[in-house]
Design a protein around this ligand. Structure first.
Ligand SMILES: [Zn+2]
Length: 277
């Protein structure tokens, strides 16, 4: 249970946001958030996509490229390589002591030197920092024929998704928590249980029952199939929230980054309001 403090505009009324883990695997984390609003969650979603910092290759100096790819295409593909991000040890360039010039605190050097023939994979990129390496080693970068050669140096930096989407650490999305009502006049229980693509219902002795509310994606297939006897609505206050990282950060690190970014934004807002006074 997270006590989220007092709601704006109400001195007395305290609101509590409740967060419960629904499922967790390598690819994503799903939680139920109770006592929120779509506006609030959308602010979190936008902040995760645009403002949470992650590392990516930003500049490339090509020493040799005799592959079939233009230098620009090669640089673009390198920029999209997902790098494990160590946000604790690096600073965004704008906040670094070097004032954006580039130093070891804000810039990581990487090299790539591969002779053909063969596919060049992300795992062949050599990083100076063992904590920041390609997450998906088998990401193909280029194909080299006999005698072809790619040699380059690259610099990775820590930046937010609003500068380029390659820095974005992943997605957050949400839906209203499903509220399902089964009317007394349901005649085709078997067919409705069958038509639901996520297996929300079960049919026992021709009676329709909800067996897994959280699986509902609000597709309304059951509403159509039951001619309105089944009612489905997404809640306005309770939500199923999914956090899906690309790999630079873990879901927890994404949420920590979200909190940091929100603090910064609120501090900046506070400063602006002071100026008006
Ligand atoms: Zn620096």
């Amino acid at each position: 249970m997270i006590d989220a403090g007092k709601k704006a505009g109400s001195e007395e009324e305290e609101f509590k946001m409740e967060v419960k883990l629904l499922s967790q695997d390598k690819a994503k984390v799903k939680v139920v958030v109770k006592g929120s609003t779509a506006a609030e969650l959308n602010a979190y979603r936008r902040t995760i996509v645009n403002k949470v910092l992650a590392m990516a290759i930003d500049t490339v100096e090509i020493v040799q490229n005799s592959s079939a790819l233009y230098d620009e295409m090669l640089a673009h593909r390198l920029g999209l390589v997902v790098l494990k991000t160590d946000a604790e040890s690096y600073f965004a360039r704008a906040e670094c002591k070097c004032k954006g010039v580039g130093c070891a605190r804000c810039t990581l050097d990487l090299t790539l030197d591969v002779q053909g023939p063969g596919i060049v994979y992300a795992e062949q990129i050599k990083s100076k920092d063992p904590a920041v390496v390609p997450v998906y080693g088998k990401t193909p970068i280029a194909k080299l024929l006999e005698g072809q050669h790619i040699k380059l140096t690259a610099q990775a930096i820590l930046a937010p998704g609003k500068e380029h989407i390659k820095f974005s650490p992943g997605l957050m999305y949400y839906q209203g928590f499903p509220q399902i009502k089964i009317g007394a006049g349901v005649k085709n229980a078997d067919a409705i249980a069958e038509i639901c693509p996520t297996g929300v219902f079960e049919s026992k002795d021709k009676k329709l029952k909800v067996k897994n509310t959280e699986a509902c994606v609000l597709c309304m297939a059951c509403v159509d199939a039951s001619k309105g006897e089944v009612e489905v609505k997404g809640s306005d206050t309770d939500f199923i929230v999914t956090i899906e990282p690309w790999g630079q950060l873990s879901p927890i690190q994404m949420v920590e980054g979200l909190v940091d970014a929100l603090h910064k934004d609120l501090d900046a807002l506070g400063e602006e309001i002071k100026k008006i006074k």
